[in-house]
Design a protein around this ligand. Sequence first.
Ligand SMILES: *[C@@H]1O[C@H](CO)[C@@H](O)[C@H](O)[C@H]1NC(C)=O
Ligand SMILES: *[C@@H]1O[C@H](CO)[C@@H](O)[C@H](O)[C@H]1NC(C)=O
Length: 290
Amino acid sequence: IIFCLIFSMLQASRGTVKPSLNFNATTDAEVLYKAMKGLGTNEDAILELLTARSNAQRQDIKIAYKTLFGKDLVDNLKGELGGKFETLIVALMTPPIAYDVTSLRNAIKGAGTDEKVLVEILASRTPQQVKEIVAAYRKGNTHMHNVLFKAGEQKFGTDEQTFVTILGNRSAEHLKKVFDAYMKLSGYEMEESIKRETSGSLEDLLLAVVKCARSVPAYFAETLYYAMKGAGTDDNTLIRVMVSRSEIDMLDIRADFRRMFACSLFSMIKGDTGGDFRKALLLLCGGDDA
Ligand SMILES: *[C@@H]1O[C@H](CO)[C@@H](O)[C@H](O)[C@H]1NC(C)=O
Ligand SMILES: *[C@@H]1O[C@H](CO)[C@@H](O)[C@H](O)[C@H]1NC(C)=O
């Protein structure tokens, strides 16, 4: 247990968003209420407060808000904000596992599946998190409890058990050993063989699993880079990664980003976004590495 505590403290310390030390949920709920009261909205007050609290603290603020004002904080925020800034703020207010489940559900619903989201979440989360996501997914929607795996089967051509075993039961250490052994035997890097022997969604998934086994922060640095590179920005990916990694490994992602690409994550966000959306993202980024 002590090892787990120390481990989670070390993990938390690699994030840019940390719990506020003099936290008072009541005071915060009042600040947010004031920011939304009457005509006009004080977006700065909202984004500065919410990016300076941990997700757990945001849940306490939500409860305090309901107690004080009898209203749902997230509903009020949705009523006042709009566009991708609203999407970002609502994402910050959602507990991590619920956020992953919502992202997966949105990726699967409708005609085409956004397999990029499926691959990213399932390849990068720890086996324990994948188990919690799958459990929450099943609990939250009995009607659709198998949709995730149906999508997996169609996209990756595998049965449910294989899918769970690969994604929910891997260890980075073990996989790294497998890759090294494979390299010695075949003379090829795992990535080369995957590219040669698979294609489409299965290739994307396997490559993501290999990348995450080698380095999760490097995987996300690359994901962020390609979300912003070129014309147009993939706002949903930008939001998903910045929110979900802000308390986990954003400092490592920033360092890898600087190493892998010729600019800092901060400067790229600054150049590719605008307005309140940009302000909030830069606070989640937590600083420049120029
Ligand atoms: C939080 O602040 C309120 C006033 O805004 C105060 O009444 C309350 O005692 C504070 N709670 C704690 C735990 O300090
Ligand atoms: C994980 O792997 C172990 C050993 O290979 C196996 O016994 C277990 O059933 C697997 N768990 C899942 C969820 O696939």
